[in-house]
Design a protein around this ligand. Structure first.
Ligand code: TXA
Ligand code: MG
Length: 339
């Protein structure tokens, strides 16, 4: 059900949840200070309580009620990237409900760049908002995606397609007097290079940026962002073929003559364009009633600029294809793929 921003404000102030557009993906938003709304977020998504939520703010003044002891590095990053696709994990204040943080001492905060999201926050409060999809499923990048996602009626504000198309970069900072260490908990389109460049000449102490997924960040399981039918991933050297089809069907125990697939590829695309369209393409292909999606990635898939997309493809994938001479191997997930 599409609603106006004004209606969304009214609903949210009455402890309801509303899907709001952001530049990354659509979020399912509720007031951070209303336990009833927070419970509704988890129930609507069927999300386990051990996966903490991001709080979205519209103004830096709101940080005082949510966090404490903000390191100087965090202020530099906020000035460089907010509003925008960067989430900072900070020390939480006692006013933040443990339901939001899964009982952690930290809280994740971001200022989204979509004017409608910011407007709704301005007239309500800081908003807790996970991506507006069922737990583990592909994130929505448009209002129709949200409308097709839930079994219950979820009001959604239509702000057009999301510009970035994948979730924000999540960064935790460990800082003392001598140095700062940035840990990327979830890669996004703001990468290591951009983070380093923003601190150069601004931060006087030593710093480094590390990437650490899975273990540190709760809720980062290996299966995530998944379409409903299996995603089979192959390198640019292996277009779909009858032989590959046979190998996939054998792995699945399918009768190959009855099985249809849909191909998609990342050829000739830059990472920003791919990020913007990836989830929408996955959803569209998932609806075609085929038995699997065959994704051929581009030549430069292993390069640093593709880190965030690689992370999403890896988590969304079921199998990867590896060919040695004429033998075809169907591996579980992407992990064994030698791109
Ligand atoms: O772009 C985005 O970040 C979107 C839009 C709606 O803002 N939101 C989003 O939320 O992707 P969600 O809930 O799907 O993912 C948030 C992730 C969680 O899976 C969790 O791992 C991490 O952020 N996170 C949240 N709080 C954390 C904390 N205190 N410490 C470490 N990681 C945290
Ligand atoms: Mg999510």
């Amino acid at each position: 059900m599409i609603v106006s921003a004004e209606k969304a404000i009214e609903l949210i102030n009455h402890n309801q949840v509303v899907a709001l557009p952001s530049e990354t993906v659509y979020g399912l938003a509720g007031r951070f200070d209303r336990p009833e709304a927070l419970k509704l977020i988890f129930a609507t998504k069927k999300r386990p309580f051990f996966d903490p939520l991001i709080i979205h703010i519209s103004h830096k003044d709101q940080l005082a009620a949510l966090t404490q002891n903000i390191p100087s590095t965090a202020h530099i990053l906020m000035d460089a990237f907010w509003p925008g696709p960067l989430t900072l994990v900070l020390e939480r204040s006692i006013h933040v409900d443990p339901m939001i943080t899964s009982g952690l001492n930290t809280v994740a905060i971001r200022m989204p760049a979509h004017p409608l999201f910011l407007k709704v926050i301005e007239h309500t409060a800081p908003l807790a908002a996970p991506s507006a999809n069922m737990f583990g499923h592909t994130s929505p990048t448009s209002a129709p995606h949200v409308e097709n996602e839930f079994t219950t009626q979820v009001p959604v504000v239509d702000g057009g397609p999301s510009d970035i198309g994948i979730e924000s970069t999540v960064v935790q900072i460990e800082e003392n007097e001598a140095e700062a260490v940035l840990i990327i908990l979830r890669p996004g389109m703001i990468g290591k290079k951009e983070l380093e460049a923003s601190l150069q000449n601004k931060l006087t102490k030593k710093f480094s940026v590390q990437t650490k997924t899975s273990i540190v960040s709760p809720g980062h399981m290996t299966n995530h962002y998944q379409p409903l039918c299996p995603l089979v991933v192959a390198s640019h050297e292996h277009p779909w073929s009858r032989a590959i089809h046979k190998a996939v069907c054998e792995k699945m125990g399918w009768d190959e003559s009855l099985i249809a697939h849909k191909s998609m590829s990342f050829h000739n695309q830059n990472p920003s364009v791919t990020a913007r369209t990836f989830y929408a393409q996955l959803r569209a292909n998932d609806k075609l009633d085929k038995q699997y999606i065959y994704l051929q990635v581009g030549k430069d898939f292993r390069s640093e600029d593709w880190t965030a997309i690689r992370d999403r493809v890896e988590k969304a994938s079921t199998f990867s294809i590896h060919q040695e001479n004429s033998r075809i191997f169907v591996h579980d997930k992407l992990l064994a793929l030698h791109f």
